[in-house]
Design a protein around this ligand. Structure first.
Ligand SMILES: [Zn+2]
Length: 216
């Protein structure tokens, strides 16, 4: 494969895996193109579990410096410990995996809407880690603090849909997997394409939003 061949491929495809051994001088010439292809390939070897995500969600956060909380009683900014907890469980549970995070330390205390909107295009990066999530039997009882946390039975949720995001921040694509009760099969929806897929294919590092339904 010559440099000309690769340039021809790159014109038509935005990301390819270049599986050829390149000579040193060719690599130097190819640098801008190779970098572009790499930036779209977000896969990382790291695999997390949904449980890891829930543990991180409820972890105490120490807010200080520019993240200080403004106390309405003292009318002063103060260092605080912030902790999120889930009190009550819904019928339908929609989990958004935070794949887009600020590169710079975010300023939750005084950031304006404009800064937030701006950071969505300028200061963010995508996390491509695979998150291993259960298809059935997600027991939410362990993650809540309200009265139902004392339920003697597990509180099970089953997955019925996944919104996938592939690509990077500046050229992404969305697809969906959803369970079809008529066909009793998982379906793959990608633009004009709709077809059956296997449950074994649906847990990927593109998963972005997970739709769970509480089992009656
Ligand atoms: Zn105060």
């Amino acid at each position: 494969m010559t440099l000309g061949d690769i340039n021809e491929i790159m014109k038509h495809k935005r990301a390819i895996i270049i599986g050829v051994v390149l000579k040193q001088e060719s690599i130097a010439k190819l640098q801008p193109i190779v970098t572009k292809a790499k930036s779209l390939a977000v896969s990382k070897a790291e695999v997390l579990t949904l449980d890891n995500c829930f543990q991180a969600f409820v972890r105490e956060e120490h807010l200080s410096g520019s993240d200080q909380w403004f106390c309405p009683k003292c009318k002063e900014h103060r260092d605080i410990l912030k902790k999120l907890e889930i009190y009550k469980l819904p019928k339908v549970l929609i989990l958004q995996l935070k794949r887009f995070c600020n590169k710079k330390s975010h300023n939750s205390g005084s950031s304006s809407y404009f800064q937030m909107a701006y950071s969505q295009i300028a200061g963010q990066e995508k996390i491509g880690s695979k998150v291993d999530f259960p298809i059935t039997n997600l027991d939410m009882r362990q993650y809540i603090v309200g009265p139902e946390s004392k339920s003697p039975e597990p509180i099970f949720y089953d997955l019925y849909g996944i919104s996938n995001h592939m690509g990077g921040l500046h050229g992404g694509h969305y697809t969906a997997y959803a369970y079809n009760h008529v066909h009793q099969s998982w379906m793959d929806y990608n633009d004009s394409y709709a077809g059956k897929t296997s449950v074994d294919n649906i847990v990927t590092n593109s998963a972005y939003i997970l739709f769970y339904r509480r089992r009656d």
